[in-house]
Structures are given as C-alpha cells and as structure tokens.
Design a protein around this ligand. Structure first.
Ligand code: MRU
Length: 348
C-alpha cells in the first residue's frame, strides 16, 4: 500500500502535513497556518525531500498571499515578496524550493492586471498544480526506473526518496513500489543514512508498510553487500542536479556511488526535471546546507556520544560527480551521458 498524499490544503487554508520527525513511532498530522510555521516545518525536516519541500513552499506562498490585505498590486507584491524571500531561507540545497517560489511569483506577476482576489485564486490553483504535476512526474519516473531493473533484483538506496518525500509515489522508491503493485519481486537494502536516519526511520517504514522485502543496513555496510554480489543497482533521489549531471543528494550518496563504480554496479539518480537547476553549470554551483552539530553528537542518543566541545562538520548533502552516475531518470525519460548535451535537450 502506498501512503496517501502527505499534505493537503483545505478550505480553512491550512497546510496539513505528516510530521516526518516523529516517524516511524508516531503518525501525526500537523496543521500549519502561518509562513513562520511552514518555514519551521521545512527547516526542522517535518516536511522534507526536495519535491515535498517545493510543494510545501508553493502552498506556503499561497497562504502568505491569502493573508495579505492590499488594494493594489504593487503593495500586495511588496508585502508578499517579503514572505517569499523568508520562505526561501528555510533550506538552501533543494532547488525545488526556489522553483516553487519563483513559479508562484511569476503566476502573480503574469496576472498583475487582475484584481487581488482573482490573483489569490490563481495562486491557489498554481500551488495545487505544483503538487498535481509532481504526482504525474513520480508515476513516469517510476515506470522509467522500473525499466532499468528486472524481477528478482535487489536495489540499494540511500536516504528517503519515497512517497512522503514527494507528492505521492516517490522517485527512487517509485519503481520499487510500482514493481510491488505489478507483483514483481524487488528487494531493497536501505542505508540508515546518518545522522538524521531518513533511511531507517522513513525508507524502511514506507517499504516495510508496503510489503516490500527491505533490509536495513548501516551506511558503512554498503560495501560488503555490494562485494557479496547482493546488489544489482543503486537508486537514489536528488536535491539539485547541475547541467553537467553532477547531483547533490543526502550526505553519503557520493560514497555509495564510488563504491558502486568499484564493484561495477549501475548507479541511478532519479528525480523530476524540477530538480535540475539550469543555473548550475556544475556541482560547484550547488550550495550545501550545514546543519547543527547536535545532530551528530546528541540527537537520537540517551547520553551525548561525543566529548563536550568537540568540533564537528555536518554537511547535509554531497555532490556525486557525473562520471559516477550511470543515468539520470526523469519524467521525460532516462538520460545517459554525455550529460551536458543530453540534459540540455530535456528543456528544448
Ligand atoms: O535532508 P533531506 O531529508 O530533505 O534530504 C532528502 C534527500 O536527500 C532526498 O534523497 C532528496 O530530497 C530526494 S526526495 C525525492
């Protein structure tokens, strides 16, 4: 069973999300009413995963617009822009956040001659369209991804790129859930994904609930299962893909790709074209989020697991070099190298 969409906006103008920080122990939906609450939910990873962040930001932009009282467009835009800029500071790496905010702003600017209530109505539709388009993209990515593996294969994945990280099906987990629906036997190794354990808490939760044969491993166990011949493909999501194919995803992903190359295992990055940043020429143009040291030292533990005052470095993402990536799977098809040429074609 695939989880229901993890967010909705009702007539009371509330963004309702499944609080992912509480999984797998509690399934709690929370209502977000203000821009500040949505900002906090994104920053704290209550809603996370690049497409889901974009969808939440789109709804956040609509909610912010809805609450603005202005008679003329310029006043409306000035007040609203402050809220958009604020939402843009919630997390830096997933480009879907910026894609959604820019798309919402463009919708308003393209309709500046309309009345403010009309613009607000258009923004509501636009935010919903971002979510609906993501569902369709997920479905296509799942089909293209499934064409790359065969019945009986085992896939290794890192972090969580499943239904709760998107609108509905997921990207890296989409083909696996589709395979399950079709009665195929695809097994999964899920890296636990230090330090925030998205693999253990979310991927293992989603796949186990869907009845997929999933085995949880610590991040440092990926090489042994690869060496033992237990993995036929790696499927990972992405937060921002540069135009040369360099792909930012959860910290540790590039290590998996290096191991996969060593053992001759295909390494696939799956994501919608909304995750491709046309302004990023290479991975060097991707901003990497640095997070709180406590995520490494104390979070999840009963007692601190590092000496007080010890220095830490906690980048939340890394960039996998394009030469380690066998193909990038988008809703428009499977893109193989040379990426500089072939990614460009997606937008022609
Ligand atoms: O820090 P997170 O949990 O938001 O990181 C998420 C990932 O790295 C996912 O793999 C990525 O966003 C793709 S989600 C379809």
């Amino acid at each position: 069973m695939i989880l229901e969409p993890n967010m909705l906006i009702d007539e009371m103008s509330v963004l309702r999300i499944l609080d992912q920080t509480l999984l797998p122990n509690e399934e709690v939906f929370i209502d977000l009413k203000t821009t500040e609450e949505i900002w906090e939910a994104i920053r704290k990873l209550r809603v996370r995963g690049a497409p889901a962040i974009g969808i939440a930001a789109g709804f956040g932009a609509y909610l912010a617009a809805k609450n603005i009282e202005a008679d003329d467009f310029d006043t409306f835009h000035r007040l609203w822009k402050e809220k958009l800029d604020y939402l843009a500071t919630s997390r830096p790496t997933a480009v879907n956040l910026f894609y959604a905010l820019e798309r919402m702003e463009k919708c308003a600017l393209d309709n500046k001659d309309k009345t403010i209530p009309e613009i607000k109505a258009l923004l509501k539709t636009e935010s919903e369209n971002i979510r609906l388009e993501d569902i369709e993209q997920n479905k296509k990515i799942s089909q293209f991804g499934l064409s790359l593996i065969k019945d009986g294969d085992t896939v290794l994945t890192h972090c969580n790129a499943g239904p709760i990280a998107t609108s509905h099906y997921g990207t890296a987990l989409g083909p696996i859930l589709l395979a399950k629906e079709l009665g195929m036997d695809i097994k999964v190794y899920a890296d636990e994904t230090r330090p925030l354990l998205q693999g253990a808490r979310l991927t293992a939760f989603e796949l186990h609930r869907a009845g997929v044969d999933v085995t949880l491993i610590c991040d440092n166990m990926a090489s042994i299962v690869m060496k033992q011949g237990k993995v036929q493909a790696c499927f990972v999501g992405c937060d921002r893909v540069a135009m040369n194919g360099d792909a930012a995803n959860k910290i540790g992903t590039s290590g998996v790709a290096i191991l996969a190359k060593h053992y001759g295992i295909p390494f696939y990055v799956l994501g919608p074209t909304t995750t491709i940043d046309r302004n990023a020429k290479t991975g060097n143009d991707i901003k990497i989020e640095l997070r709180d040291p406590e995520e490494i030292k104390t979070m999840w533990y009963e007692k601190p697991m590092a000496p007080m005052g010890v220095k830490t470095y906690n980048p939340a993402f890394d960039v996998t070099d394009n030469e380690l990536i066998t193909a990038i799977v988008t809703e428009k098809g499977v893109v193989y190298p040379p990426y500089v040429e072939n990614l460009k074609k997606l937008f022609e």
